[in-house]
Design a binder for this molecule. Structure first.
Ligand code: NDP
Ligand code: 2IT
Length: 444
């Protein structure tokens, strides 16, 4: 059996009931096959792939907190410190009832390669809890964040592990987490990114993932003689990534006709009203059912449906496995030319393979959404030098990182005979830097 197949089999056997982790490992290792086969004996002797798929450290902890009625709740917190070969662990904290160790491991594993692709010095990590922020009061959110950080603060630091936002963790949560870290450790340091601007946050971090997604989409289309301008775009999600993907797509001259949340979706034939979206989601923290009040010409539908709308470009920006093979077939039948992942692993493996087969340009999340973590690393740089850069300076750096990242994955795909396959390109390009660092540092 080949080394790649052997390791995939072991991962499945040794990590039962973690389907998302299996999916992420399989996707990465399958596309590294060509590189691994060329070095099979050496990599096998050095157990390179075993070291890559086993986190350096997994922390799991109890998070007790008290609700507004005096009821005590207990959630489970996680931090997976996956790989520090190229820098301190870096990656978000997800707060969602679906969180379990397999989800955090899939995200942490993806983060290793994503962070490598940014070209910056950040290793891979991820964390979170099975806490549901929906319907909680501000005080309950603070109680949860303080309890979570009381334990997490023992394991993180500005030069060891720097968490950030993800699903359910935005500016408000980062503020409470930072306050508690400072209180527990007595340190005002860049231990979290996505901080408020008044205490060390970076301009453009809020916009970075969505903007970066459009910068890479635009560069990819440009190399194929096309552009975002004039295109119809379908976006899923209506959180941080989706909102700023909509905003930048519109700035680049596209018409974005959908957004969604976990209960329904909006179709606005005249183009999503970004000011209304921000007011509903960021200011009022409401559901998308409110959107029709701002735009009577729009439609609200319960359930799933964004991928049934005819569009040139699809940007899944909500969550993993939200776009399956049937959705991919519908998008293709409706003439989609590009699918770029704003979320982490939003397309199932079958959907992604189908896009490649049909010649639909497909950029996987670890490349397409890397602008968020890249800008987090820029926030870390600013914290280290105790300076703040202007919006345009950070935005300019973000854009040039995404443009270089695209050419890096495009070149890697070509070099190994997979021209146009950005899944292979991203995995190989991300892997090469990490492996180089792992070899240089010996068996650790
Ligand atoms: P937010 O919490 O801001 O928004 C998440 C959005 O996705 C909401 O609209 C939410 O709907 C929807 N959603 C979440 N879970 C589900 C689900 N199970 N089914 C359907 N819809 C769902 O998160 P972000 O925008 O930050 O994150 C979105 C994706 O992007 C995630 O995959 C995240 O890992 C990834 N990402 C985020 C980065 C960042 O900088 N924030 C960076 C790179 C990737 P509802 O409100 O109803 O739950
Ligand atoms: O998935 C991701 O890259 C993020 N949630 C952002 C991580 C970060 O450290 O900014």
């Amino acid at each position: 059996m080949s080394y790649v197949d052997e390791v995939i089999e072991r991962v499945i056997k040794e990590n039962p009931a973690e389907p998302e982790f299996h999916q992420a490992v399989r996707e990465v290792l399958e596309s590294l096959r060509v590189v691994v086969e060329a070095n099979e004996e050496k990599f096998r002797r050095d157990a390179l792939l075993e070291r890559l798929v086993n986190p350096e450290r997994q922390i799991k902890f109890r998070v007790p907190w008290i609700d507004d009625n005096g009821q005590v709740h207990v959630n489970t917190g996680y931090r997976v410190q996956f790989n520090s070969a190229i820098g301190p662990y870096k990656g978000g904290l997800r707060l969602h009832p679906s969180v379990n160790i397999g989800i955090i491991k899939f995200l942490g594993f993806e983060q290793i390669f994503k962070n490598s692709l940014t070209g910056l010095s950040i290793g891979g990590g991820k964390g979170g809890a099975d806490f549901d922020p929906k319907g909680k009061s501000d005080r309950e959110i603070m109680a949860f964040c303080q309890s979570f950080m009381t334990e997490l603060c023992k394991y993180i630091g500005a030069d060891t592990d720097v968490p950030a936002g993800d699903i359910g963790t935005g500016a408000r949560e980062i503020g409470y987490l930072f306050g508690q870290y400072k209180r527990m450790r007595g340190l005002f340091e860049g231990v979290l990114t996505g901080k408020g601007l008044s205490f060390g946050g970076s301009l453009t971090r809020t916009e970075a993932t969505g903007y970066g997604l459009l910068y890479i989409t635009e560069e990819m289309l440009r190399t194929h003689g096309q552009s975002v301008s004039g295109k119809t775009v379908v976006v899923s999600g209506s959180g941080n990534v989706a909102t700023y993907a909509v905003e930048k797509a519109q700035q680049l001259g596209a018409k974005v006709v959908t957004v969604s949340d976990s209960t329904g979706w909006v179709y606005d034939p005249d183009g999503i009203d970004i000011a209304a979206l921000k007011e509903i989601k960021e200011v009022n923290r409401q559901r998308l059912t409110e959107y029709k009040k701002y735009r009577p010409g729009s439609e609200y539908h319960e359930g799933k449906g964004v991928w049934s709308v005819k569009a040139d470009i699809a940007l899944p920006c909500a969550t993993q496995n939200e776009l399956d093979l049937d959705d991919a077939k519908t998008l293709a039948a409706n003439g989609v030319i590009a699918v770029c992942e704003g979320a982490n692993m939003p397309c199932t493996a079958e959907a992604a393979d189908f896009f490649l087969e049909k010649g639909i340009y497909f950029i996987p999340g670890k490349a397409a959404n890397a602008g968020g973590v890249a800008t987090s690393a820029l926030e870390m740089s600013q914290n280290s030098e105790r300076l703040s850069w202007s919006f345009d300076e950070v935005d300019g750096k973000l854009r040039s990182i995404m443009v270089s990242l695209f050419h890096n994955i495009d070149d890697a795909a070509k070099k190994y005979g997979f021209e146009g396959n950005y899944i292979v390109g991203a995995n190989i390009a991300g892997f090469e830097k990490v492996v180089d660092a792992m070899y240089a540092q010996g068996i650790v």
